[in-house]
Design a binder for this molecule. Structure first.
Ligand code: PLP
Length: 382
């Protein structure tokens, strides 16, 4: 991976700091970044927070506040905070296997697991591959189940020309190191729902009513609590997950080059998959509309000896890689879930294949095609 924060971003930050009295805590820069990001994505509202995991956390808190307790359908291949946030907000996670072509949730299993207790489907677009199809969107609409998209690894991916992150009730992004855009640490929650927007703003800042920007929404809380100072009404037990002006300056500086970078990343992925030997590795991923963040290397057959040889070869040649792809593979095998659902991890063969035979390898805009072809022929030679 390579750092996405360039000298020009650092220079923008230095210029900002050279002002006589630059504002540092969340203020106009954060608001401007939220507006610019909303325009880029095509949504009404965005809420900037200090990480993608914080985005997950307060999204689940807001879901619980607005829709009540129940179940949330989650993938078995995702990041830890996508499931930890579900647990932390008091929901019961319901697991589904992955589709090997998208690495996202298996749509048939999602639809089959919806019950009257389902409060949301929280899916992850893995490593730039769109995980949504029309059947899923229609099925969720017919059952009135909100879709929450984790787009942390897939900024700019599309489904039928529509950006991932605009397909459901709300969506979460991460701006951590090596993601498509980086603010050092950072995350964004995006939605068209004004009530959710107000609720998220409050959850971001201690559950405080004064964070709501809708006057009627705020006045309603104030009227119902006449014994409280309107500046200090804490509506929900919450957290402080705000970011700072400095992170927003970095995000604003990087945003204008995001689309061009994404095109390079996608070109790189096509070159990588196109050059891999499809008798040894899976190459049939759902690349249409994808916006790659790291190359997916999934060994075709469940052959542990061959896997060990590939892994050793990569280690010796200093090809940086992560086994299990996103989040380390089958989340259900992780101790934080094994102790809650001891047998569940054995039930999902597709994610288990990725767990034991899948890898990701860094992809970034400045990576040269020549090096990608060299990498693929090296892997093919094992
Ligand atoms: C799919 C997914 N969701 C959430 C996150 C969490 O983002 P952060 O590292 O900003 O907390 C990540 C992390 O990279 C991720 O890959």
């Amino acid at each position: 991976m390579e750092n996405n924060i360039l000298r020009e971003d650092l220079d923008a930050l230095v210029r900002y700091l050279q002002q006589p009295e630059p504002m540092l805590t969340q203020s106009a820069q954060v608001r401007a970044f939220e507006e610019e990001w909303s325009r880029w994505l095509g949504v009404q509202h965005s809420v900037f927070v200090n990480s993608g995991s914080s985005a997950n956390l307060i999204t689940m808190c807001a879901l619980r506040e607005l829709r009540g307790p129940g179940e949330v359908i989650v993938p078995t291949l995702t990041w830890v905070s996508d499931i930890a946030s579900v647990l932390q907000a008091g929901f019961s996670p319901v697991f589904v296997d992955i589709d090997p072509h998208t690495l996202g949730t298996d749509v048939e299993q999602v639809l089959a697991k919806i019950t009257p207790k389902t409060r949301a489907v929280f899916l992850t677009h893995i490593l730039g591959y769109n995980a949504v199809n029309q059947k899923l969107l229609d099925g969720l609409k017919a059952r009135n189940v909100p879709l929450i998209e984790d787009v942390c690894e897939s900024h700019g991916a599309t489904f039928q020309g529509r950006k991932c992150g605009t397909l459901g009730w709300c969506s979460n992004f991460s701006f951590y190191y090596a993601h498509h855009l980086s603010t050092i640490e950072g995350g964004m929650i995006c939605t068209d729902d004004p009530q959710l927007h107000q609720t998220l703003r409050m959850f971001r800042s201690h559950g405080m009513v004064r964070e709501a920007t809708e006057v009627a929404f705020r006045e309603d809380w104030i009227r119902r609590h006449p014994d409280l100072n309107p500046d200090f009404i804490f509506a929900f037990p919450s957290y402080n997950v705000r970011s700072t002006e400095l992170n927003a300056v970095l995000g604003r500086s990087a945003l204008p080059r995001l689309d061009a970078n994404n095109r390079l990343r996608t070109r790189n992925l096509e070159a990588f998959l196109g050059a891999l030997d499809d008798k040894k590795f899976r190459t049939d991923f759902a690349v249409e509309g994808s916006s790659n963040y790291a190359f997916t290397l999934v060994i075709r057959d469940a052959d542990p000896d061959y896997r060990d040889r590939v892994q050793t070869a990569m280690r010796e040649a200093k090809v940086e890689h992560r086994r299990g792809t996103s989040g380390g593979g089958n989340e259900l095998r992780q101790p934080y879930l094994r102790r809650l659902f001891p047998e569940e991890y054995t039930r999902y063969p597709q994610v288990d294949h990725v767990h034991f035979y899948g890898y990701y390898i860094g992809n970034y805009p400045s990576l040269k095609l020549e090096r990608i072809r060299e990498l693929a022929s090296f892997l093919n030679s094992v």
